[in-house]
Ligand binder design. Structure first.
Ligand SMILES: [Zn+2]
Length: 128
């Protein structure tokens, strides 16, 4: 449910890019799994070449997201929103069942267009 008292996030474009990169990474990973299964089922070199292409694309996307994640920070607590930290999370941090905090944040942005910072528990909305 959308939070009416959520603060506006200063730079929503950066979070949209992070969400798009993450979705692309999941899609390329799924395509790579399918191509690997087809390679073992049909024993054709063509699927192996496509799988290697998907693997290279996946690594490039992971590196791009890693570089982009440095610019996605919480404006209040300066916590890195798209990077994994080993510190403790806030007690109000939102986490969906079976997902990590970062993935839960991505789901909240896609579905509700707001997210909760896992480090300070503040709710941010993407539109002003
Ligand atoms: Zn925060």
């Amino acid at each position: 449910m959308p939070r009416p008292n959520a603060r506006p996030y200063k730079n929503p474009g950066k979070m949209v890019i992070a969400v798009a990169l993450s979705l692309l990474i999941y899609a390329v990973f799924f395509a790579g799994c399918v191509l690997l299964a087809m390679l073992f089922l049909f024993q054709e070199t063509q699927y192996g070449i496509w799988f290697l292409g998907a693997l290279v694309c996946w690594v490039v996307l992971l590196f791009t997201r890693y570089l982009h994640a440095h610019s996605c920070i919480c404006p209040l607590c300066r916590g890195p929103l798209m990077r994994k930290q080993n510190c403790g999370m806030h007690e109000r941090a939102r986490r969906h069942l079976g997902f990590h905090y970062r993935t839960s944040m991505l789901i909240d942005i896609i579905v509700h267009w707001w997210f909760c910072c896992p480090y300070c528990g503040t709710h941010f909305r993407m539109k002003r």
